[in-house]
Ligand binder design. Structure first.
Ligand SMILES: *Cc1c(COP(=O)(O)O)cnc(C)c1O
Length: 387
Protein backbone atom coordinates (compact mmCIF):
# COMPACT_ATOMS: atom_id res chain seq x y z
CA UNK A 1 0.00 0.00 0.00
CA UNK A 2 1.49 3.32 -1.03
CA UNK A 3 1.50 6.06 1.55
CA UNK A 4 1.46 9.37 -0.20
CA UNK A 5 -0.98 12.14 -0.80
CA UNK A 6 1.17 13.62 -3.57
CA UNK A 7 -0.09 13.57 -7.14
CA UNK A 8 -3.69 13.02 -7.99
CA UNK A 9 -4.03 9.32 -7.35
CA UNK A 10 -6.70 8.54 -4.77
CA UNK A 11 -5.57 5.96 -2.23
CA UNK A 12 -7.43 3.53 0.02
CA UNK A 13 -6.20 5.02 3.28
CA UNK A 14 -3.26 7.38 3.67
CA UNK A 15 -1.54 8.80 6.75
CA UNK A 16 -3.27 11.95 7.97
CA UNK A 17 -1.15 14.09 10.27
CA UNK A 18 -2.90 16.47 12.65
CA UNK A 19 -0.10 19.03 13.07
CA UNK A 20 0.11 18.15 16.76
CA UNK A 21 2.80 15.48 16.22
CA UNK A 22 5.85 17.76 15.70
CA UNK A 23 5.74 19.17 19.23
CA UNK A 24 6.14 15.70 20.75
CA UNK A 25 8.83 14.73 18.23
CA UNK A 26 10.67 17.99 19.02
CA UNK A 27 10.48 17.16 22.77
CA UNK A 28 12.18 13.84 22.04
CA UNK A 29 14.93 15.61 20.08
CA UNK A 30 15.37 18.41 22.62
CA UNK A 31 15.82 15.94 25.46
CA UNK A 32 17.82 13.51 23.28
CA UNK A 33 15.46 10.65 24.13
CA UNK A 34 15.96 9.07 20.72
CA UNK A 35 15.49 5.53 21.99
CA UNK A 36 12.95 2.73 22.15
CA UNK A 37 11.83 4.11 25.51
CA UNK A 38 11.09 7.52 27.01
CA UNK A 39 8.24 9.84 27.98
CA UNK A 40 6.46 9.73 24.58
CA UNK A 41 6.30 5.93 24.80
CA UNK A 42 5.00 6.09 28.39
CA UNK A 43 2.40 8.75 27.57
CA UNK A 44 1.27 7.03 24.35
CA UNK A 45 0.76 3.79 26.28
CA UNK A 46 -1.24 5.58 28.98
CA UNK A 47 -3.22 7.45 26.34
CA UNK A 48 -4.30 4.30 24.50
CA UNK A 49 -5.05 2.42 27.74
CA UNK A 50 -7.19 5.33 29.00
CA UNK A 51 -8.99 5.75 25.70
CA UNK A 52 -10.14 2.13 25.47
CA UNK A 53 -10.38 1.49 29.21
CA UNK A 54 -7.66 -1.16 29.52
CA UNK A 55 -5.50 -1.48 32.65
CA UNK A 56 -2.19 -1.67 30.79
CA UNK A 57 -0.56 -1.22 27.39
CA UNK A 58 2.86 -1.88 25.87
CA UNK A 59 3.92 0.07 22.78
CA UNK A 60 5.75 -2.11 20.26
CA UNK A 61 7.25 -1.86 16.79
CA UNK A 62 4.22 -3.32 14.94
CA UNK A 63 0.85 -4.96 15.34
CA UNK A 64 2.46 -8.20 14.19
CA UNK A 65 4.99 -7.95 17.03
CA UNK A 66 2.11 -7.44 19.50
CA UNK A 67 0.42 -10.66 18.31
CA UNK A 68 3.73 -12.50 18.51
CA UNK A 69 4.28 -11.32 22.10
CA UNK A 70 0.76 -12.39 23.07
CA UNK A 71 1.36 -15.90 21.67
CA UNK A 72 4.71 -16.08 23.42
CA UNK A 73 3.10 -14.99 26.72
CA UNK A 74 0.47 -17.71 26.28
CA UNK A 75 3.29 -20.22 25.84
CA UNK A 76 2.26 -21.22 22.31
CA UNK A 77 4.94 -23.53 20.97
CA UNK A 78 5.79 -26.18 18.39
CA UNK A 79 3.03 -28.75 18.12
CA UNK A 80 0.34 -26.44 19.53
CA UNK A 81 -2.67 -25.27 17.54
CA UNK A 82 -4.19 -21.78 17.45
CA UNK A 83 -7.64 -20.97 16.03
CA UNK A 84 -7.71 -17.82 13.88
CA UNK A 85 -10.19 -15.91 11.70
CA UNK A 86 -9.59 -16.77 8.04
CA UNK A 87 -10.80 -13.51 6.50
CA UNK A 88 -7.93 -11.23 7.49
CA UNK A 89 -4.50 -9.89 6.67
CA UNK A 90 -1.71 -12.47 6.83
CA UNK A 91 -0.19 -10.65 9.85
CA UNK A 92 -2.95 -12.08 12.06
CA UNK A 93 -1.62 -15.61 11.54
CA UNK A 94 2.09 -15.27 10.71
CA UNK A 95 3.12 -15.14 14.40
CA UNK A 96 1.50 -18.58 14.86
CA UNK A 97 4.09 -19.87 12.39
CA UNK A 98 6.89 -17.87 14.11
CA UNK A 99 6.15 -20.00 17.19
CA UNK A 100 6.17 -23.21 15.16
CA UNK A 101 2.50 -23.78 15.97
CA UNK A 102 -0.33 -24.70 13.59
CA UNK A 103 -3.18 -22.39 12.67
CA UNK A 104 -6.72 -23.69 12.25
CA UNK A 105 -8.83 -21.24 10.29
CA UNK A 106 -12.41 -20.29 11.14
CA UNK A 107 -14.86 -18.88 8.59
CA UNK A 108 -16.82 -15.62 8.78
CA UNK A 109 -20.54 -15.25 9.36
CA UNK A 110 -22.54 -13.07 6.96
CA UNK A 111 -23.68 -10.20 9.25
CA UNK A 112 -20.38 -9.02 10.70
CA UNK A 113 -18.05 -10.70 8.16
CA UNK A 114 -16.08 -11.74 11.26
CA UNK A 115 -15.55 -15.10 13.00
CA UNK A 116 -18.57 -17.41 12.81
CA UNK A 117 -19.62 -18.70 16.27
CA UNK A 118 -21.04 -21.93 14.79
CA UNK A 119 -17.84 -22.74 12.91
CA UNK A 120 -15.82 -21.95 16.04
CA UNK A 121 -18.02 -24.28 18.06
CA UNK A 122 -17.53 -27.13 15.58
CA UNK A 123 -13.78 -26.58 15.64
CA UNK A 124 -13.79 -26.78 19.45
CA UNK A 125 -15.96 -29.90 19.48
CA UNK A 126 -13.54 -31.67 17.12
CA UNK A 127 -10.52 -30.47 19.09
CA UNK A 128 -12.04 -31.68 22.37
CA UNK A 129 -12.86 -35.04 20.81
CA UNK A 130 -9.26 -35.38 19.63
CA UNK A 131 -8.05 -34.45 23.11
CA UNK A 132 -6.13 -31.40 21.93
CA UNK A 133 -7.62 -27.96 22.53
CA UNK A 134 -6.02 -24.90 20.91
CA UNK A 135 -3.69 -22.79 23.06
CA UNK A 136 -5.40 -19.56 21.94
CA UNK A 137 -8.06 -18.10 19.63
CA UNK A 138 -7.24 -15.03 17.52
CA UNK A 139 -10.42 -13.10 16.75
CA UNK A 140 -10.14 -10.34 14.14
CA UNK A 141 -12.36 -7.24 13.88
CA UNK A 142 -12.37 -6.49 10.18
CA UNK A 143 -12.48 -3.04 8.58
CA UNK A 144 -13.62 -1.50 11.90
CA UNK A 145 -16.44 -3.96 12.49
CA UNK A 146 -16.49 -5.79 15.84
CA UNK A 147 -16.91 -9.55 15.79
CA UNK A 148 -19.88 -11.06 17.66
CA UNK A 149 -17.91 -10.99 20.89
CA UNK A 150 -20.67 -12.19 23.25
CA UNK A 151 -21.13 -15.48 21.44
CA UNK A 152 -17.45 -16.03 20.66
CA UNK A 153 -16.38 -15.25 24.23
CA UNK A 154 -18.84 -17.66 25.77
CA UNK A 155 -17.63 -20.51 23.54
CA UNK A 156 -13.97 -19.84 24.38
CA UNK A 157 -14.84 -19.53 28.07
CA UNK A 158 -16.62 -22.88 28.06
CA UNK A 159 -13.36 -24.49 26.89
CA UNK A 160 -11.21 -22.14 29.02
CA UNK A 161 -9.09 -21.10 26.05
CA UNK A 162 -7.66 -17.54 26.03
CA UNK A 163 -8.48 -14.97 23.36
CA UNK A 164 -6.23 -12.58 21.49
CA UNK A 165 -8.34 -9.83 19.95
CA UNK A 166 -6.81 -8.51 16.72
CA UNK A 167 -8.15 -4.95 16.82
CA UNK A 168 -5.56 -3.61 14.35
CA UNK A 169 -8.38 -2.21 12.18
CA UNK A 170 -10.87 -1.38 14.95
CA UNK A 171 -9.33 1.21 17.26
CA UNK A 172 -12.23 3.25 18.66
CA UNK A 173 -14.89 0.71 17.69
CA UNK A 174 -17.43 -0.06 20.44
CA UNK A 175 -19.39 -3.28 21.00
CA UNK A 176 -22.09 -3.32 23.71
CA UNK A 177 -20.57 -0.30 25.45
CA UNK A 178 -17.01 -1.65 25.53
CA UNK A 179 -14.09 -0.72 23.30
CA UNK A 180 -12.73 -3.12 20.72
CA UNK A 181 -9.51 -4.71 21.93
CA UNK A 182 -10.69 -5.07 25.56
CA UNK A 183 -12.71 -8.27 25.18
CA UNK A 184 -9.98 -10.88 25.03
CA UNK A 185 -7.16 -11.73 27.44
CA UNK A 186 -5.01 -9.65 25.10
CA UNK A 187 -5.87 -6.96 22.58
CA UNK A 188 -3.58 -5.75 19.81
CA UNK A 189 -3.53 -2.57 17.72
CA UNK A 190 -1.52 -1.46 14.70
CA UNK A 191 -0.27 2.03 13.84
CA UNK A 192 0.95 1.13 10.37
CA UNK A 193 0.68 3.92 7.79
CA UNK A 194 -2.70 2.81 6.46
CA UNK A 195 -4.48 2.46 9.82
CA UNK A 196 -6.93 4.97 11.30
CA UNK A 197 -4.09 6.59 13.25
CA UNK A 198 -0.45 5.92 12.54
CA UNK A 199 3.07 6.21 13.96
CA UNK A 200 4.41 5.31 10.45
CA UNK A 201 4.97 1.86 11.94
CA UNK A 202 4.03 0.63 15.38
CA UNK A 203 1.67 -1.41 17.49
CA UNK A 204 0.28 -1.88 20.98
CA UNK A 205 -0.45 -4.86 23.21
CA UNK A 206 -3.15 -4.21 25.81
CA UNK A 207 -4.45 -6.26 28.73
CA UNK A 208 -6.21 -5.87 32.07
CA UNK A 209 -3.63 -8.11 33.67
CA UNK A 210 -0.79 -5.92 35.04
CA UNK A 211 1.47 -8.93 35.49
CA UNK A 212 1.40 -9.96 31.81
CA UNK A 213 1.90 -6.35 30.73
CA UNK A 214 5.14 -6.24 32.75
CA UNK A 215 6.17 -9.56 31.27
CA UNK A 216 5.41 -8.32 27.73
CA UNK A 217 7.61 -5.28 28.32
CA UNK A 218 10.37 -7.60 29.54
CA UNK A 219 10.10 -9.91 26.49
CA UNK A 220 9.98 -6.93 24.10
CA UNK A 221 13.31 -5.61 25.42
CA UNK A 222 15.42 -8.77 24.87
CA UNK A 223 14.28 -10.42 28.12
CA UNK A 224 17.00 -8.82 30.24
CA UNK A 225 17.04 -10.24 33.75
CA UNK A 226 17.79 -7.80 36.60
CA UNK A 227 21.60 -7.66 36.96
CA UNK A 228 24.34 -5.08 36.37
CA UNK A 229 25.59 -7.13 33.42
CA UNK A 230 23.51 -8.59 30.59
CA UNK A 231 21.81 -11.67 31.98
CA UNK A 232 19.28 -13.72 30.00
CA UNK A 233 17.41 -16.81 31.04
CA UNK A 234 14.83 -16.93 28.28
CA UNK A 235 14.36 -15.93 24.65
CA UNK A 236 13.35 -12.31 24.10
CA UNK A 237 12.74 -9.87 21.25
CA UNK A 238 13.65 -6.34 20.22
CA UNK A 239 10.10 -5.09 19.76
CA UNK A 240 9.85 -1.74 21.56
CA UNK A 241 8.52 1.40 19.87
CA UNK A 242 10.84 4.36 19.32
CA UNK A 243 10.26 7.43 21.51
CA UNK A 244 10.27 9.55 18.31
CA UNK A 245 7.50 7.48 16.69
CA UNK A 246 5.51 7.38 19.94
CA UNK A 247 5.52 11.20 19.65
CA UNK A 248 3.66 10.86 16.34
CA UNK A 249 1.25 8.53 18.11
CA UNK A 250 0.50 11.08 20.86
CA UNK A 251 -0.33 13.73 18.28
CA UNK A 252 -2.49 11.28 16.34
CA UNK A 253 -4.38 10.05 19.40
CA UNK A 254 -5.57 13.61 20.04
CA UNK A 255 -7.53 13.50 16.75
CA UNK A 256 -8.75 9.89 16.83
CA UNK A 257 -12.36 10.92 17.57
CA UNK A 258 -12.27 13.37 14.68
CA UNK A 259 -10.84 10.68 12.35
CA UNK A 260 -13.62 8.23 13.30
CA UNK A 261 -16.23 10.90 12.66
CA UNK A 262 -14.86 11.54 9.17
CA UNK A 263 -14.48 7.81 8.37
CA UNK A 264 -18.14 7.35 9.23
CA UNK A 265 -19.12 10.36 7.10
CA UNK A 266 -17.18 8.93 4.14
CA UNK A 267 -19.10 5.66 4.52
CA UNK A 268 -22.46 7.49 4.77
CA UNK A 269 -21.72 9.54 1.64
CA UNK A 270 -20.91 6.42 -0.42
CA UNK A 271 -24.03 4.70 0.89
CA UNK A 272 -26.31 7.65 0.22
CA UNK A 273 -24.96 8.33 -3.27
CA UNK A 274 -25.09 4.68 -4.35
CA UNK A 275 -28.37 3.80 -2.67
CA UNK A 276 -30.27 3.12 -5.91
CA UNK A 277 -28.06 0.23 -7.04
CA UNK A 278 -29.55 -3.12 -6.04
CA UNK A 279 -26.31 -4.86 -7.08
CA UNK A 280 -24.45 -3.20 -4.16
CA UNK A 281 -24.66 -4.17 -0.46
CA UNK A 282 -22.67 -2.16 2.06
CA UNK A 283 -21.20 -3.85 5.13
CA UNK A 284 -23.81 -3.53 7.87
CA UNK A 285 -23.05 -2.20 11.30
CA UNK A 286 -23.50 -5.00 13.80
CA UNK A 287 -26.38 -4.43 16.27
CA UNK A 288 -25.36 -2.74 19.53
CA UNK A 289 -22.06 -1.67 18.04
CA UNK A 290 -20.33 1.43 16.73
CA UNK A 291 -17.82 0.87 13.91
CA UNK A 292 -14.87 3.17 13.24
CA UNK A 293 -15.56 2.44 9.51
CA UNK A 294 -11.82 2.22 8.84
CA UNK A 295 -12.55 1.30 5.23
CA UNK A 296 -15.84 1.49 3.35
CA UNK A 297 -16.49 -2.06 2.10
CA UNK A 298 -19.34 -3.47 0.08
CA UNK A 299 -20.22 -6.50 -1.98
CA UNK A 300 -21.17 -6.44 -5.63
CA UNK A 301 -23.55 -8.93 -7.23
CA UNK A 302 -21.70 -9.35 -10.52
CA UNK A 303 -24.70 -10.87 -12.32
CA UNK A 304 -26.82 -7.82 -11.57
CA UNK A 305 -23.90 -5.42 -12.03
CA UNK A 306 -22.67 -6.94 -15.29
CA UNK A 307 -19.10 -6.41 -14.05
CA UNK A 308 -16.83 -8.24 -11.59
CA UNK A 309 -14.87 -6.85 -8.65
CA UNK A 310 -11.62 -7.54 -10.51
CA UNK A 311 -12.80 -5.55 -13.52
CA UNK A 312 -13.88 -2.67 -11.28
CA UNK A 313 -10.51 -2.58 -9.49
CA UNK A 314 -8.73 -2.49 -12.88
CA UNK A 315 -11.01 0.24 -14.22
CA UNK A 316 -10.48 2.31 -11.07
CA UNK A 317 -6.71 1.91 -11.44
CA UNK A 318 -6.90 3.36 -14.95
CA UNK A 319 -8.59 6.37 -13.38
CA UNK A 320 -5.88 6.75 -10.71
CA UNK A 321 -8.11 5.36 -8.00
CA UNK A 322 -6.90 2.64 -5.66
CA UNK A 323 -9.54 0.07 -4.75
CA UNK A 324 -8.95 -3.49 -3.50
CA UNK A 325 -10.79 -6.77 -3.18
CA UNK A 326 -11.33 -7.73 0.47
CA UNK A 327 -8.67 -9.90 2.15
CA UNK A 328 -8.06 -13.24 0.44
CA UNK A 329 -9.03 -15.85 3.07
CA UNK A 330 -5.93 -17.29 4.71
CA UNK A 331 -7.03 -20.92 4.25
CA UNK A 332 -6.89 -20.26 0.48
CA UNK A 333 -3.34 -18.85 0.61
CA UNK A 334 -0.51 -21.08 -0.69
CA UNK A 335 1.35 -20.39 2.59
CA UNK A 336 -1.40 -22.13 4.56
CA UNK A 337 -2.37 -24.84 2.06
CA UNK A 338 -2.01 -27.61 4.66
CA UNK A 339 -4.01 -25.85 7.38
CA UNK A 340 -7.39 -27.02 8.63
CA UNK A 341 -10.48 -24.91 7.94
CA UNK A 342 -13.97 -24.74 9.41
CA UNK A 343 -16.51 -23.14 7.04
CA UNK A 344 -19.77 -21.44 8.11
CA UNK A 345 -21.60 -24.71 7.33
CA UNK A 346 -21.32 -27.68 5.00
CA UNK A 347 -22.68 -25.82 2.00
CA UNK A 348 -21.28 -22.36 2.52
CA UNK A 349 -17.89 -20.75 2.89
CA UNK A 350 -18.79 -17.13 3.64
CA UNK A 351 -15.22 -15.76 3.51
CA UNK A 352 -14.64 -17.19 0.01
CA UNK A 353 -17.84 -15.57 -1.20
CA UNK A 354 -16.88 -12.24 0.40
CA UNK A 355 -13.49 -12.42 -1.30
CA UNK A 356 -15.11 -12.90 -4.70
CA UNK A 357 -17.71 -10.16 -4.27
CA UNK A 358 -16.22 -7.67 -1.80
CA UNK A 359 -14.46 -4.42 -2.59
CA UNK A 360 -12.80 -1.71 -0.43
CA UNK A 361 -13.25 1.86 -1.61
CA UNK A 362 -10.90 4.80 -0.96
CA UNK A 363 -11.59 5.90 2.61
CA UNK A 364 -8.75 8.24 3.57
CA UNK A 365 -9.78 10.93 6.05
CA UNK A 366 -7.78 13.51 4.09
CA UNK A 367 -9.57 12.72 0.83
CA UNK A 368 -11.40 15.79 -0.49
CA UNK A 369 -15.15 15.90 -1.23
CA UNK A 370 -14.28 16.25 -4.94
CA UNK A 371 -12.11 13.15 -4.80
CA UNK A 372 -14.88 11.13 -3.22
CA UNK A 373 -17.32 12.36 -5.87
CA UNK A 374 -14.84 11.26 -8.53
CA UNK A 375 -14.80 7.74 -7.04
CA UNK A 376 -18.60 7.65 -6.86
CA UNK A 377 -19.04 8.84 -10.45
CA UNK A 378 -16.45 6.38 -11.68
CA UNK A 379 -18.34 3.52 -10.02
CA UNK A 380 -21.68 4.78 -11.38
CA UNK A 381 -20.21 4.79 -14.89
CA UNK A 382 -19.06 1.21 -14.46
CA UNK A 383 -22.51 0.15 -13.27
CA UNK A 384 -24.27 1.74 -16.22
CA UNK A 385 -25.61 -1.62 -17.43
CA UNK A 386 -26.55 -2.87 -13.98
CA UNK A 387 -29.99 -4.14 -13.10
C1 LIG B 1 -2.47 -4.09 9.86
C2 LIG B 1 -2.93 -5.36 10.45
C3 LIG B 1 -2.11 -6.15 11.27
C4 LIG B 1 -0.63 -5.95 11.43
O1 LIG B 1 -0.19 -4.75 11.86
P1 LIG B 1 1.29 -4.24 11.48
O2 LIG B 1 1.44 -3.07 12.38
O3 LIG B 1 1.30 -3.90 10.04
O4 LIG B 1 2.24 -5.33 11.82
C5 LIG B 1 -2.65 -7.27 11.88
N1 LIG B 1 -3.92 -7.62 11.68
C6 LIG B 1 -4.74 -6.91 10.88
C7 LIG B 1 -6.15 -7.36 10.72
C8 LIG B 1 -4.26 -5.78 10.22
O5 LIG B 1 -5.07 -5.10 9.40
Amino acid sequence: MLNTTKGKRIYLSTPHMSGKEMKYIQDAFDSNWIAPLGFNVDEFEKGIANYIGAKGAVAVSSGTAAIHLALSLLDVNRGDTVFCSTLTFVASANPILYQGAEPVFIDSEPNSWNMCPNALKRAFEDAAMNGKLPKAVIIVNLYGQSAKMDELLSICKAYQVPIIEDAAESLGTIYRGKFSGTFGDYGIFSFNGNKIITTSGGGMLVSDNAEVIDKARFLATQARDPAIYYLHSRLGYNYRLSNVLAGIGRGQLEVLDERIKVKREIFETYKRELEGYSCLSFMKELENSFSNRWLTVLTIDDKKAGITVGEIVDAFAENDIEARPVWKPLHTQPLFKNSKYYPHNNEKSISEKLFLTGICLPSGTNMTKEEQIKVINCLKNLLIHSK
